[in-house]
Design a protein around this ligand. Structure first.
Ligand SMILES: [Zn+2]
Length: 531
């Protein structure tokens, strides 16, 4: 048993959530559920970054008070827990949570030996909440601009907006001291960064030389929003310093609570995050932890971005409401949204979301491939065996691949999730359904049922198919928990020893096409004799 602490990043609440936010939440939820299913103690944490200057600017633009604006958007993020069936244990809001501010202040003091004041001039992107050197901006000597984007020299590579020239007195953190221990932790794997390309990116960044970074802002520029620097109320703590601390403040950092074991113990500490905030999590945060004398995370899993219909997802774009995860879940079901995110988004590289892809994937695999299979098998067992599942026997001829898919699924899923590969993990589940459908069409139980001499063979075929359905109910649990429970109910005999009447496990999202694809001898759902 490994105690596991899993976190998502805490998004800015300058707008409502979009489908890109759902990716990280669903991935983290699957890891949490999978480890809980293994018997590991798990704490899964999410939250919102309320203290960003971006939130202040967005509220001003909307003509709404910052508090009201932040609360409203944070509520929409919190509501994703129910909308997407997330098993979140703790949700921290950095402006509201009573644990956060004292924890950040304590963390600041723990790093005091690495903090100093300096006048600073630089180019600042409010979108990123970060200073850029000219080389890092678009068109700069160090930048590499994707060819598909129009070149706008001197702009933020992430936001394509012009940075502000800022000159101010700030507190700085002595990041430069930590290059050697950071490099050692990452290259030794003590701090694992996946995929490997992201680890190499971080190592190259460290090797290029680490400059100290500014960790405060004048309170005036932050419109008074944020956490004042202890002992220097004219400055507020830089929002990234503040936000990164959420991973430990929610565990009662510096307090006496038992929650601290999730960070202070010897279990796994896993951060999930998007590629855009890699540097903050893989360089700044571990250096802050080293400075404060705290353990490092054990793993950082980095995902790429979603596009929508081939375009970058923008919170303010027209049609943004249609890309809200809660809207999608209400229209197509949380399971269709989860399944698309897990089945189609690759481990590396961006993925393009469209509603057509979402519904096609759900209809092909969930309604047709998985749902029909379970209904057919249950209907056949009720029709040919009075609802009693035949006992386990030898694998019938032609059933070897299916038996292998069932037997290997657990290990394949464990290995894939260990590599943060959700496509491989769901492929192992899908292999059971796929092989089972092939096997039904090969074994043709409806013909065996007409042959009195084939009774033992029919038992073996139905027995293996029943095993396949039970395995689907079991292995699907981390990915689609509610569907897994429905399948398990369908495959569990009642008090009379018989399987319950089949009912649809998934609904179709689009009308079935009348094409020639239907297999000829399908046992229709609900056609069991005892129904
Ligand atoms: Zn930016």
């Amino acid at each position: 048993m490994t105690a596991t602490y899993i976190t998502t990043t805490i998004p800015y609440v300058n707008a409502r959530p979009h489908v890109g936010h759902a990716l990280e939440l669903v991935q983290a939820d699957v890891l949490a559920r999978h480890r809980r299913g293994r018997g590991d103690p798990v704490r899964f944490q999410s939250g919102t970054d309320d203290n960003s200057l971006k939130n202040v600017l967005a509220a001003q633009a909307a003509g709404v008070g910052v508090r009201e604006f932040v609360d409203r958007n944070a509520e929409a993020f919190l509501a994703l827990g129910d909308a997407l069936s997330l098993s979140v244990d703790d949700f921290i809001r950095t402006s509201r949570d009573r644990r956060h501010r004292p924890g950040v202040e304590r963390f600041w003091r723990a790093c005091a030996h690495d903090l100093y004041q300096k006048r600073y001039e630089g180019l600042y992107c409010t979108g990123c909440e970060q200073f850029y050197t000219p080389a890092e901006l678009r068109g700069g000597s160090g930048g590499s601009s994707p060819p598909e984007l129009a070149q706008r020299d001197g702009c933020c590579p992430e936001h394509e907006t012009e940075p502000q020239q800022v000159s101010e007195e700030n507190w700085f953190f002595r990041l430069s001291r930590y290059a050697v221990p950071l490099r050692e932790a990452i290259s030794s794997g003590r701090l694992r960064i996946e995929p490997a390309g992201r680890r190499n990116e971080v190592l190259a960044f460290i090797d290029a030389g680490l400059a100290d970074f500014s960790v405060s802002r004048p309170a005036e520029r932050a419109a008074g929003w944020g956490i004042p620097v202890p002992g220097d109320p004219g400055q507020v703590i830089y929002v990234w310093f503040d936000a990164l601390c959420n991973y430990v403040t929610a565990l009662d950092y510096g307090g006496e609570g038992e929650a601290w074991r999730w960070w202070g113990g010897d279990g796994d500490r896993i951060h999930l995050l998007g590629k855009g905030v890699l540097r903050f999590h893989a360089v700044y945060w571990p250096a802050m932890l080293l400075s404060a004398g705290l353990p490092l995370p054990t793993a950082i899993f980095v995902h790429d971005y979603l596009t929508a219909g081939g375009r970058k997802i923008s919170k303010s774009a027209a049609g943004a409401a249609a890309l809200e995860p809660a809207t999608l879940a209400a229209a197509y079901g949380a399971e269709a949204v989860r399944w698309w995110l897990l089945r189609e988004v690759p481990r590396t590289g961006d993925a393009d979301f469209t509603v057509e892809r979402l519904t096609a994937r759900a209809d092909d695999e969930l309604a047709h491939g998985l749902g029909n299979l379970v209904n057919r098998v249950v209907a056949m067992i009720r029709r040919y065996r009075d609802g009693r599942v035949p006992g386990a026997g030898p694998v019938p001829p032609g059933g070897e691949e299916l038996a292998a898919a069932i037997g290997q699924a657990g290990d394949r899923i464990g290995a894939a999730l260990g590599e943060f590969d959700f496509r491989q993990a769901t492929a192992a589940v899908w292999a059971i359904a796929d092989e089972a459908n092939r096997f039904v069409n090969r074994a043709r139980p409806w013909e065996l049922a007409r042959d009195e001499d084939a009774a033992a063979q029919l038992d073996a075929v139905l027995g293996l198919l029943a095993r396949a359905c039970s395995a689907l109910g079991r292995e699907l649990a981390p990915f689609l928990p509610d569907a897994a429970a429905r399948i398990t109910r369908q495959c569990t005999p009642g008090q009379d020893g018989r399987l319950p009447a089949p009912s649809p496990v998934f609904r179709r999202l689009t009308p079935a096409s009348p094409g020639p694809a239907s297999p000829p001898a399908r046992v229709p759902a609900g056609s069991g004799t005892a129904g």
